[in-house]
Structures are given as C-alpha cells and as structure tokens.
Design a protein around this ligand. Sequence first.
Ligand code: BTN
Length: 243
Amino acid sequence: MQLIKLDATDSTNDYLKSLAKSKYLDDFTVVTTKNQLKGKGQMGAKWYSEPGKNLTCSVLKKNLNIPIFDQFALNCCTSLAVYNTLKAISVPNLSIKWPNDILSGSQKICGILIENICSGGLVRTSIIGIGLNVNQQNFNNLQNASSLKMLLGKALDIGELLCHIVSNLEEAFKSWERNGYRYLLNHYENHLFRRDKPSTFKNSTDELFMGFITGVTKEGKLIVTLEDNVLREFDRKEIQLLY
Ligand code: BTN
C-alpha cells in the first residue's frame, strides 16, 4: 500500500484528488493526516476532527470504468469495508445508515465522502474519503456522535485500523467483481439502520411522515414502504430520517 502521511492538510480528499492529477499513483494509494483543517462532509457540510485523535484518510480507486448509474456500488464497498473492520473488533450494535454513515446504536462513528471523476458516462476514478472517530472523547454539541474509545473503553491504534479498512476495501472490490452488484447491495441492505422498523421521516418541505425502510435501489435511492403498502424511492435531498 502506497501511504502518504501528512502532518496537516485542508482535506485529504482534495489533496489526493490534485496529486492524482499531477503524478502517477498506484491503485489504492492512501493519504492520511493528523490534522485536517477544512474537512469536508456530505452535502456541503464540514467534518471536524480533533488533531491526532481520529482516522481521516482518502483512498484512490483507479481504473474503474463503471456506468455512472452504478456508482452507488462504491458507497456499498466502502460502507461494508468499514462495517466489517469494526465488527471484527466487537464494536456493538453496528449498522449502516443510508447512504453511508456507520453507526453504533444510534451514534455516528464514521462518515464517508466519495468523490468521483467521470468521463463519457463512466466513473473512471474515485476518491474515497473516510472519517472514523477513534480516540476523540468530546464532540461538543454533536449529540449523535461517538468514538471507538467511548464505545470500547480503550484507545485504539489509528494506523492498524487504517490497514484493516484498506484491506477490507480491496476485498469488497474483489467481491463486487466476482459476485456482482446485486450481491453487494444485498449485504449492504442486511446492515441498514432501522430497516423494517416504523420510522419518522422529514421531506424536502419539512413535512413529517411515517414509513419503513425497505431497501436501496441500484441507483442508491432509499426504498420506503408508506401507508397502504405503497413503495416509494427517495434520493438524498428528498428525505431525512429522524432518529
Ligand atoms: C459525512 O459524514 O458527512 C462525511 C464525512 C467524511 C469525512 C472524511 S475525513 C477524510 C476525508 N477528507 C475530507 O475532507 N472528508 C473525508
């Protein structure tokens, strides 16, 4: 594994993206930093991480050539790689909150930001950003955040976790190649947070409604069963799960 360790950078995703444009990098090259100054989260949010306490890294996946409408497979591979890594160290009550937060109970311990470089209708390269809360113990006003140290009661080695995640990520890509996207999606769906449980959601106009998370389409839309057994598909901007 080609590993680039930085003392500080604005965002490991941005650093890796611009480095990949300027020089040859191996597949699965990893950039990690002790201090991420302007970490990026999903949907334009910011990702804060106490310096030296957590895993903040980005992994380069090259030579993909996957149709853009299948790009959610990358979320599945990454979520499953983190999930399996944390399962192996006995983190309790793990689940994947659509589209790709990793939770323990209802506490978020890992966020994933995937940025794809596309051309000709295909995803060619992917920058897979992972922020895993490892040894941080204070999340100020983030009510639903936790860390491995808070959950397991001991400090963990950030470098070891990184190696396990990258190795599980390579495995997930191989499994996708061998077994196909549907197989991957089934695994992802098996670990979905609040699957088949009555849940409250908010739509884009702030209206609340009830439904059951039923699955995820190949395009990455959330399938929710509404009243009278009506199935509806939602994309990221259309729905928020309240929990
Ligand atoms: C989210 O849940 O909102 C996604 C958070 C992703 C954070 C990681 S930390 C490493 C990588 N670099 C970034 O700027 N963001 C991702």
